[in-house]
Design a protein around this ligand. Structure first.
Ligand code: FE
Ligand code: FE
Ligand code: ZN
Length: 277
Protein backbone atom coordinates (compact mmCIF):
# COMPACT_ATOMS: atom_id res chain seq x y z
CA UNK A 1 0.00 0.00 0.00
CA UNK A 2 1.27 3.45 -0.94
CA UNK A 3 1.98 5.65 2.08
CA UNK A 4 1.02 9.12 0.99
CA UNK A 5 -0.19 12.37 2.50
CA UNK A 6 0.27 16.09 2.23
CA UNK A 7 1.17 19.09 4.27
CA UNK A 8 -1.69 20.04 6.61
CA UNK A 9 -2.31 23.01 8.88
CA UNK A 10 -1.73 22.12 12.53
CA UNK A 11 -3.84 25.00 13.87
CA UNK A 12 -6.72 22.71 14.89
CA UNK A 13 -4.61 20.02 16.50
CA UNK A 14 -3.52 16.46 15.80
CA UNK A 15 -6.87 14.70 15.74
CA UNK A 16 -8.16 17.22 13.21
CA UNK A 17 -5.13 16.62 10.99
CA UNK A 18 -5.66 12.87 11.22
CA UNK A 19 -9.31 13.20 10.23
CA UNK A 20 -8.45 15.60 7.43
CA UNK A 21 -5.83 13.17 6.12
CA UNK A 22 -8.33 10.31 6.06
CA UNK A 23 -10.92 12.52 4.34
CA UNK A 24 -8.58 13.06 1.37
CA UNK A 25 -7.44 9.45 1.05
CA UNK A 26 -4.14 9.96 2.86
CA UNK A 27 -2.59 7.61 5.42
CA UNK A 28 0.02 10.05 6.69
CA UNK A 29 0.61 13.82 6.76
CA UNK A 30 3.16 16.53 7.36
CA UNK A 31 2.69 19.56 9.62
CA UNK A 32 4.66 22.53 10.94
CA UNK A 33 5.72 22.21 14.57
CA UNK A 34 4.85 25.91 15.04
CA UNK A 35 4.25 28.98 12.94
CA UNK A 36 6.35 28.37 9.80
CA UNK A 37 7.87 31.82 10.19
CA UNK A 38 9.07 30.92 13.68
CA UNK A 39 7.85 32.12 17.04
CA UNK A 40 6.58 30.38 20.10
CA UNK A 41 4.86 27.00 19.87
CA UNK A 42 1.39 26.52 21.32
CA UNK A 43 1.30 24.45 24.53
CA UNK A 44 0.74 20.75 23.75
CA UNK A 45 -2.85 19.57 24.12
CA UNK A 46 -2.35 16.13 25.65
CA UNK A 47 -6.01 15.14 25.34
CA UNK A 48 -5.93 15.95 21.61
CA UNK A 49 -2.70 13.97 21.23
CA UNK A 50 -4.13 10.94 23.05
CA UNK A 51 -7.23 11.07 20.83
CA UNK A 52 -5.06 11.39 17.73
CA UNK A 53 -2.88 8.44 18.70
CA UNK A 54 -5.89 6.22 19.08
CA UNK A 55 -7.33 7.44 15.78
CA UNK A 56 -4.01 6.94 13.96
CA UNK A 57 -3.71 3.42 15.34
CA UNK A 58 -7.24 2.62 14.17
CA UNK A 59 -6.48 3.95 10.70
CA UNK A 60 -3.04 2.38 10.43
CA UNK A 61 -0.98 5.55 9.95
CA UNK A 62 2.57 4.22 9.62
CA UNK A 63 4.45 7.43 10.44
CA UNK A 64 3.94 11.20 10.35
CA UNK A 65 6.41 13.94 9.51
CA UNK A 66 6.92 17.15 11.47
CA UNK A 67 8.55 20.06 9.66
CA UNK A 68 10.60 22.71 11.46
CA UNK A 69 9.79 26.34 10.67
CA UNK A 70 11.50 27.24 7.41
CA UNK A 71 13.03 30.37 8.96
CA UNK A 72 15.06 28.15 11.31
CA UNK A 73 18.71 28.64 10.38
CA UNK A 74 20.98 26.46 12.48
CA UNK A 75 24.08 27.92 10.77
CA UNK A 76 23.08 31.60 10.89
CA UNK A 77 25.95 34.02 11.17
CA UNK A 78 24.18 36.23 13.67
CA UNK A 79 24.48 34.78 17.16
CA UNK A 80 20.93 35.58 18.28
CA UNK A 81 19.35 34.06 15.14
CA UNK A 82 21.42 30.93 15.54
CA UNK A 83 20.63 30.62 19.22
CA UNK A 84 16.94 30.90 18.40
CA UNK A 85 17.26 28.10 15.83
CA UNK A 86 19.07 25.82 18.26
CA UNK A 87 16.52 26.45 21.02
CA UNK A 88 13.64 25.90 18.62
CA UNK A 89 14.99 22.56 17.42
CA UNK A 90 15.64 21.32 20.96
CA UNK A 91 12.15 22.39 22.01
CA UNK A 92 10.55 20.80 18.91
CA UNK A 93 12.30 17.48 19.54
CA UNK A 94 11.30 17.46 23.17
CA UNK A 95 7.66 18.14 22.21
CA UNK A 96 7.76 15.41 19.55
CA UNK A 97 8.10 12.84 22.32
CA UNK A 98 4.39 13.34 23.00
CA UNK A 99 3.90 11.38 19.76
CA UNK A 100 6.87 8.99 19.95
CA UNK A 101 8.64 7.37 17.03
CA UNK A 102 7.83 9.86 14.28
CA UNK A 103 10.10 11.96 12.04
CA UNK A 104 11.24 15.59 12.15
CA UNK A 105 12.49 17.31 9.01
CA UNK A 106 14.41 20.58 8.75
CA UNK A 107 16.21 22.70 6.18
CA UNK A 108 19.93 22.53 6.98
CA UNK A 109 20.17 26.31 6.62
CA UNK A 110 21.95 29.10 4.75
CA UNK A 111 25.61 29.81 5.42
CA UNK A 112 25.25 33.51 4.50
CA UNK A 113 28.82 33.92 3.38
CA UNK A 114 30.50 31.88 6.14
CA UNK A 115 31.14 28.99 3.76
CA UNK A 116 29.82 25.43 3.72
CA UNK A 117 32.44 24.06 6.09
CA UNK A 118 31.60 26.45 8.92
CA UNK A 119 27.92 25.86 8.28
CA UNK A 120 28.33 22.08 8.46
CA UNK A 121 29.98 22.25 11.88
CA UNK A 122 27.34 24.67 13.22
CA UNK A 123 24.51 22.45 11.97
CA UNK A 124 26.10 19.36 13.50
CA UNK A 125 26.60 21.20 16.79
CA UNK A 126 22.97 22.27 16.73
CA UNK A 127 21.86 18.67 16.21
CA UNK A 128 24.10 17.35 18.97
CA UNK A 129 22.66 19.77 21.53
CA UNK A 130 19.04 19.26 20.36
CA UNK A 131 18.96 15.45 20.17
CA UNK A 132 18.71 14.29 23.77
CA UNK A 133 19.41 10.71 24.92
CA UNK A 134 16.40 8.43 24.79
CA UNK A 135 14.40 10.48 22.28
CA UNK A 136 12.58 8.42 19.67
CA UNK A 137 12.24 10.87 16.76
CA UNK A 138 14.25 10.36 13.58
CA UNK A 139 15.68 13.71 12.45
CA UNK A 140 15.79 14.30 8.70
CA UNK A 141 17.91 16.67 6.64
CA UNK A 142 16.00 17.96 3.60
CA UNK A 143 17.68 18.15 0.20
CA UNK A 144 17.61 21.79 -0.91
CA UNK A 145 17.39 23.67 -4.22
CA UNK A 146 20.56 25.69 -3.64
CA UNK A 147 18.84 29.07 -3.53
CA UNK A 148 21.23 31.80 -2.29
CA UNK A 149 23.69 30.24 0.16
CA UNK A 150 21.51 27.25 1.08
CA UNK A 151 23.40 24.26 2.44
CA UNK A 152 22.26 20.77 1.40
CA UNK A 153 21.76 21.10 -2.36
CA UNK A 154 24.56 18.56 -2.89
CA UNK A 155 24.44 15.05 -1.44
CA UNK A 156 28.05 15.60 -0.30
CA UNK A 157 26.99 18.45 1.98
CA UNK A 158 24.36 16.32 3.69
CA UNK A 159 26.93 13.57 4.06
CA UNK A 160 29.35 16.02 5.70
CA UNK A 161 26.70 16.87 8.31
CA UNK A 162 25.90 13.20 8.98
CA UNK A 163 29.61 12.44 9.36
CA UNK A 164 29.94 15.20 11.91
CA UNK A 165 27.04 14.44 14.29
CA UNK A 166 27.37 12.24 17.34
CA UNK A 167 24.45 9.95 16.48
CA UNK A 168 23.99 9.68 12.71
CA UNK A 169 22.05 6.45 13.23
CA UNK A 170 19.18 8.55 14.63
CA UNK A 171 19.09 10.63 11.44
CA UNK A 172 18.07 10.37 7.82
CA UNK A 173 17.38 12.33 4.65
CA UNK A 174 14.14 13.67 3.18
CA UNK A 175 14.40 13.99 -0.59
CA UNK A 176 12.35 16.83 -2.11
CA UNK A 177 11.77 16.19 -5.81
CA UNK A 178 11.36 19.88 -6.72
CA UNK A 179 14.44 20.84 -4.76
CA UNK A 180 16.82 18.24 -6.16
CA UNK A 181 15.67 18.83 -9.74
CA UNK A 182 16.21 22.57 -9.21
CA UNK A 183 19.58 21.73 -7.65
CA UNK A 184 20.73 19.90 -10.79
CA UNK A 185 19.88 16.24 -10.15
CA UNK A 186 18.00 15.07 -13.22
CA UNK A 187 15.32 12.82 -11.75
CA UNK A 188 13.20 13.35 -14.86
CA UNK A 189 15.53 11.74 -17.42
CA UNK A 190 18.14 10.07 -15.19
CA UNK A 191 16.35 8.80 -12.08
CA UNK A 192 18.43 5.63 -11.99
CA UNK A 193 21.74 7.53 -12.05
CA UNK A 194 20.59 10.00 -9.40
CA UNK A 195 19.53 7.19 -7.06
CA UNK A 196 22.85 5.44 -7.66
CA UNK A 197 24.65 8.64 -6.75
CA UNK A 198 22.51 9.03 -3.63
CA UNK A 199 23.31 5.46 -2.68
CA UNK A 200 27.04 5.90 -3.29
CA UNK A 201 27.32 9.12 -1.27
CA UNK A 202 24.64 8.85 1.43
CA UNK A 203 23.38 5.27 1.25
CA UNK A 204 19.78 4.57 0.29
CA UNK A 205 19.12 3.28 3.81
CA UNK A 206 19.42 6.93 4.95
CA UNK A 207 16.50 7.94 2.73
CA UNK A 208 13.44 8.04 4.99
CA UNK A 209 10.87 10.30 3.31
CA UNK A 210 10.08 11.94 -0.01
CA UNK A 211 8.49 15.33 -0.67
CA UNK A 212 6.58 14.99 -3.93
CA UNK A 213 6.48 18.35 -5.67
CA UNK A 214 6.59 19.33 -9.32
CA UNK A 215 8.69 22.40 -10.12
CA UNK A 216 7.62 25.68 -11.71
CA UNK A 217 11.13 26.16 -13.04
CA UNK A 218 13.41 24.34 -15.48
CA UNK A 219 16.16 21.88 -14.54
CA UNK A 220 18.99 23.26 -12.35
CA UNK A 221 17.33 26.64 -11.85
CA UNK A 222 18.08 26.81 -8.09
CA UNK A 223 14.71 28.47 -7.54
CA UNK A 224 12.49 26.30 -5.25
CA UNK A 225 8.98 27.05 -6.51
CA UNK A 226 6.66 24.06 -6.12
CA UNK A 227 4.06 23.19 -8.77
CA UNK A 228 1.09 20.83 -8.81
CA UNK A 229 1.87 17.21 -9.74
CA UNK A 230 2.10 16.89 -13.53
CA UNK A 231 1.85 20.63 -14.18
CA UNK A 232 5.50 21.55 -13.86
CA UNK A 233 8.83 20.74 -15.46
CA UNK A 234 8.98 17.24 -13.91
CA UNK A 235 5.72 15.92 -15.32
CA UNK A 236 3.38 13.15 -14.15
CA UNK A 237 5.46 10.29 -15.62
CA UNK A 238 8.36 11.22 -13.34
CA UNK A 239 6.17 10.88 -10.26
CA UNK A 240 4.73 7.56 -11.39
CA UNK A 241 8.28 6.25 -11.84
CA UNK A 242 9.30 7.56 -8.42
CA UNK A 243 6.45 6.08 -6.37
CA UNK A 244 6.87 2.71 -8.11
CA UNK A 245 10.66 2.56 -8.05
CA UNK A 246 11.80 -0.58 -6.18
CA UNK A 247 14.22 1.45 -4.03
CA UNK A 248 11.55 4.01 -3.05
CA UNK A 249 8.21 2.15 -2.95
CA UNK A 250 8.16 1.55 0.79
CA UNK A 251 8.84 5.17 1.75
CA UNK A 252 6.27 7.71 2.94
CA UNK A 253 5.48 10.38 0.31
CA UNK A 254 4.34 13.90 1.19
CA UNK A 255 2.81 16.42 -1.19
CA UNK A 256 3.74 20.08 -0.67
CA UNK A 257 2.11 21.25 -3.86
CA UNK A 258 0.15 24.53 -4.13
CA UNK A 259 -3.26 23.03 -3.32
CA UNK A 260 -6.20 23.22 -0.96
CA UNK A 261 -7.66 19.94 0.35
CA UNK A 262 -9.67 19.04 -2.81
CA UNK A 263 -6.56 19.46 -4.97
CA UNK A 264 -4.56 17.26 -2.61
CA UNK A 265 -7.34 14.65 -2.66
CA UNK A 266 -7.13 14.60 -6.46
CA UNK A 267 -3.36 14.23 -6.52
CA UNK A 268 -3.50 11.44 -3.94
CA UNK A 269 -6.12 9.51 -5.87
CA UNK A 270 -4.20 9.99 -9.12
CA UNK A 271 -1.01 8.67 -7.52
CA UNK A 272 -2.81 5.80 -5.78
CA UNK A 273 -4.31 4.80 -9.14
CA UNK A 274 -0.82 4.88 -10.68
CA UNK A 275 0.71 2.70 -7.96
CA UNK A 276 1.35 -0.95 -8.79
CA UNK A 277 0.37 -2.96 -5.70
FE1 FE B 1 10.88 21.82 3.49
FE1 FE C 1 10.09 20.06 0.85
ZN1 ZN D 1 10.52 23.90 -1.33
Amino acid sequence: MLTIGCHLSSSKGFLHMGEEAVSIGANTFQFFTRNPRGGKAKPLDLRDIAAYREYAMGHGFPVILAHAPYTLNACAKEGRTREFAWETMADDLQRMEAVPGQMYNFHPGSHVGQGVETAVSLIAECLDQAMKPGQTTTVLLETMAGKGSEVGSRFEELKAILERVREPERMGVCLDTCHIYDAGYDIKDRLEEVLEEFDRILGLSRLRAIHLNDSKNPFASHKDRHEKIGQGSLGLETFIRIINHPALRGLPFFLETPNELPGYAQEISLLRASYRE
